[in-house]
Ligand binder design. Sequence first.
Ligand SMILES: [Zn+2]
Length: 438
Amino acid sequence: MTTRRIVATLAIFALYCASLFLSAIQGQTNGSQVSSAPRAMVLHAARLLDVETGRISTPGEILVQGDLIAEVGSHVTHPHESEFIDLGDTTLLPGLIDAHVHLFLHPGAEDLQTVQESVPQRTILATIAARDDLFAGFTAERDMGTEGAGSADTAVRNAINDGLMPGPRLRISGNAIDILGGHEDAIGYNPAQHVLSNATYANNAEELVTAIRGELKEGADFIKIYETGPDKIVDGRFSTPYQYTEEELTVAVHEAARSGHRVAVHAMGEPGTLYAARAGVASIDHALQLSDETMRLMREKQIFAVPTFTIFEYFAVHPNTPAQGARDSQLLDLHAQEFKKQLAAGIPFAVGSDVGPFPHGTQAREFVLMVKFGMSPLAALQAGTLNGAKLLGWQNQIGALKPGYDADIIAVPGDPLQDISILQKVSFVMKNGVIYRK
Ligand SMILES: [Zn+2]
């Protein structure tokens, strides 16, 4: 056999193994099942929420045909031979969108897992994380960096898209980009061990262009850049250095835009967030402390803030050291105060939890915290559906229950406008017309 034929035979065998694996997971119980979509399905529940208007239909029904939503209302057409699925005392909602996740991280020392675990090992864990997030109702996600696993998220996204494994629709960034000695670099280790950075180095505009081209070549959908850090709190005052100048970030945004891509930044505090807003990034993630001018620009340019409260809360409650716990409690309090200013300033928000360092599938906590810190339940739901769809570049396709949209639909017990915490108890999950949890 020629080498090419051996490769082709191996590929066919791998596909055969994958199909056996899929049949196996289709048969597994664990409260969750995968089934292929029939021609037409009518979903019926006690309520249906229109996230654009906040109007609740009672009862709520959705006609799903193939992978699309065909009709939405209190009573939809029940075509002959359609499957009728009664979801009882639940509310139908669009699938949730988490705009800040790390599929390649799991609870434990964040830096050390990237040292101790191989990329293949981390990739297997990432596939399990993707499944857990989907089963929790997150039908679309933006993966904000593999933290040292290079472009391994390309394989995870593609396997999900090819139907080889369950998981959300993904926008991925590959490895994030950072400066030498910056926020994500491996600092504090024996230099002789040459511990690798969790991000790709770029130290000036030219290197940013090279790094961006490399990420896109390997399959990234967007570019993630660390713009600030490491963070400090001294005498109750927060400070964090910027990593790239406004000019450097502008070069990065233009280089990504040249081929239709966008840049998202990890950025807290000034002047880093102002540089990012002026450069025209798509989102400012964590967005702890923003000046009036930064908030004005974010409103004007519709740059999303992604607060990621859950990660701040998790580290405050599960610190590695008492000093770190105290620091993260202060950061969470400060973030909550700043969030009120940001709400008043009218900047757009998307929901992003930073899940990974805390367990995958538990991140609906982010909605609870956004409401606790001052957002209305409807606005939080809009941030986690409509706005998430815009930020991920899937507006008019997902993020709402509308005819012609992809059938990404969940159900929760009770009314989320009365009690947002029921988003943590998602009981039904459909993505692209396929039921994953019932
Ligand atoms: Zn993150």
